[in-house]
Ligand binder design. Sequence first.
Ligand SMILES: *Cc1c(COP(=O)(O)O)cnc(C)c1O
Length: 401
Amino acid sequence: MGGNIDKPGFATLCIHGKKHLDKHEADRPIRAVSTPIFQSSTFAFENVAHGAAVFRGEDSSYVYTRLGNPTQTALETEMAYLEQGEAALALASGMAAATTAVLTCCRCGDHIVSGDTLYGGTHQLFTQTLPRMGITVTEVPAYDPEDFAAAITKKTRLVYLESPANPTLVLSDIAAIAEIAHRKGIPVLVDNTFCTPYLQNPLVLGADIVLHSATKYIGGHGDTVAGILVGKADWILRARMEILRDVGGCISPFNAWLLLRGLKTLPVRMDRHMENAMEIAHFLSYHPKVTEVIYPGLKTHPQHELASRQQRGFGGMISFMVKGGREAGRVVMDNVQLCTLAVSLGDVDTLIEHPASMTHSTYSEEELRKVHIDPGMVRLSVGLENVEDIIADLRRALALA
Ligand SMILES: *Cc1c(COP(=O)(O)O)cnc(C)c1O
């Protein structure tokens, strides 16, 4: 049974049909308006010499989707542009971005100084997982640049900030802390998840690396888990070729595409998130059952001035405390109907959650007290519904508390 590749059999045609498309691309350019999803794990070499040149780093052709893919590149190019950085790296999750960043900067014996209010997963990485690998972290009050100066040692290789921080909305003065760190030659990373590049550009303020949980506002629709790093081209190349290559937290082409789609509406969504959040913050401030409202846009926020200087808007996240503490907060969260009781944030849907028992349950009771996460604190990620409907829902639930 002699085969003939000019008259391929059925199974061969099933697999190789696409080659005809490749052949025709030259005389029939595609010019797709939406970046296509390059759902391909691997990319062909012209010949062995070409493949060898790619592996020597002398040719930038695509090789394998863990290391790069055209849909990822489109996302990375856009994110670098929006954050005003040289290059970006898209990853499977915000935590994959955090791990990749830390491992690019640190080895066994090294030290990190970070703000003390962090996403719960980052806190767990810093206090449980990294110490097992010989990397230690000192968490200091995020609002005082002098605390960062005092905590830096000869072993410090990274300063890690989250501003505004999850869930206390404490801000760090990025420019002041970057100046302190740079005097000692230490790079500064800022988790910019809450602001997005629409509201804050940490690199312009002096930071060296920006991190996003793109799961949140960048994706924006609650359908994707992803992360992004932005920084200098040589640092991003090391993150990709030393850590991502070996640790493997790559993003799928489909998820990269979802983020590209999310980015198209980011400014429009952020404007509405903020408009709604400001109205809800005012409503909560005047509600007799609410004892405290934390929103950087309120003049009562202790860092309102810094927020106005450092950010171009105040974001869509609010934390508040209900009279009667934890139990009263539980009644509110168990009785909302429009707001959804769920972790995550930055979605078109309004999400409500209890940090002490959910996103920040990795903090001990004592740690929660130290970083001012009240056991009764309720966190609200304000969505894009009609604001009067969100307020009506909160008013009804608060009446029961
Ligand atoms: C959610 C979140 C993370 C973690 O990101 P994942 O995409 O869930 O891995 C990190 N930082 C902040 C501020 C977050 O809100």
